[in-house]
Design a protein around this ligand. Structure first.
Ligand code: PTJ
Length: 244
């Protein structure tokens, strides 16, 4: 039990979730390394959602709300850290959720599927019973994509993952939105909208944005997307690290 008075309480709670998930057997072997890297970037950011991250989130939510078939791609780490927040966001914006693993095994897919069911979400895509297609030019297990999900999606939200996919998804004409604490990662650098923030803060924040934007005029959302410059925004995000 971590005492609430501990100065690193929130960070330790997240570590605990990762450790527990590792024991439950649905994380990749390298999940802790990925988490540690994220922790370091978050520490440098002051563990707060920055202005460039908020701006990117507005553009991201507007894009998702205007999409025909938006899909949220989830892996082991995102599930461990933010399963309820992901489900809540998906329901608010009417997006599908699909399991997409770099280190894909049937056992991991089954465990993650069960976990989403336990948390009240049973329509998850990318399971072993799903109609799986393969995205061209991805050389690893991430190539698998559900026919009604990522394969036919117009927008894919990719939180916390390695760099292979954002670039390829963009090349297939899909809009890619990523949440990655590293502004220099290939994922951040190659996606259309890069949210440099922790997934645990980003999902609840985007849910609140969505509740607001759903009541707004469509043209306002279009303007928000057109005004957003990902290159410029990423540069601003990077400056916040350098100014520490
Ligand atoms: O479950 P699988 O098999 O799909 O594997 C998932 C991992 C994350 C292990 C796999 O995709 C991987 O190895 O990823 P990388 O290459 O370590 O990249 C993870 C990226 O996520 C890094 O840029 C980290 O800085 C970033 N990151 C880590 N934790 C967080 C994060 N970004 C946002 N929020 C976090 N909590």
């Amino acid at each position: 039990m971590i005492p609430k008075s501990h100065p690193r309480y929130e960070s330790l709670v997240l570590r605990d979730k990762i450790v527990k998930a590792q024991k439950e057997g649905y994380l990749a072997e390298s999940a802790m390394i990925a988490h540690g890297r994220g922790e370091a970037f978050d520490y440098l950011l002051g563990e707060k959602t920055t202005f460039p991250a908020k701006r990117a989130m507005y553009a991201a939510v507007a894009t998702i709300l205007l999409s025909e078939n938006p899909v949220i791609s989830v892996n082991g780490n995102t599930t461990a850290l933010a399963i309820d927040e992901v489900i809540q966001f998906a329901k608010t914006v009417n997006a599908k959720i699909e399991i997409n693993l770099f280190y894909r095994t049937d056992e991991r897919v089954e465990k993650i599927t069960e976990l989403y069911k336990k948390h009240g979400y049973s329509q998850i895509l990318g399971t072993k019973d799903d109609d799986i297609k393969y995205l061209k030019s991805i050389k690893n297990e991430r190539a698998s994509a559900s026919k009604t999900g990522i394969y036919s999606a117009d927008t894919v939200l990719v939180p916390l993952e390695d760099g292979d996919r954002a670039e390829i998804l963009s090349k297939t004409g899909k809009k890619t939105i990523t949440i990655d604490l590293n502004p220099l990662s290939r994922t951040s650098q190659t996606s259309d909208i890069s949210i440099v923030d922790n997934v645990v803060r980003a999902f609840p924040f985007m849910t609140e944005i969505a509740k607001d934007l759903k009541t707004q005029d469509k043209q306002l959302l279009i303007n928000m997307i057109n005004d957003f410059d990902n290159r410029k925004n990423l540069k601003e995000a990077l400056k916040l690290f350098k100014n520490k």
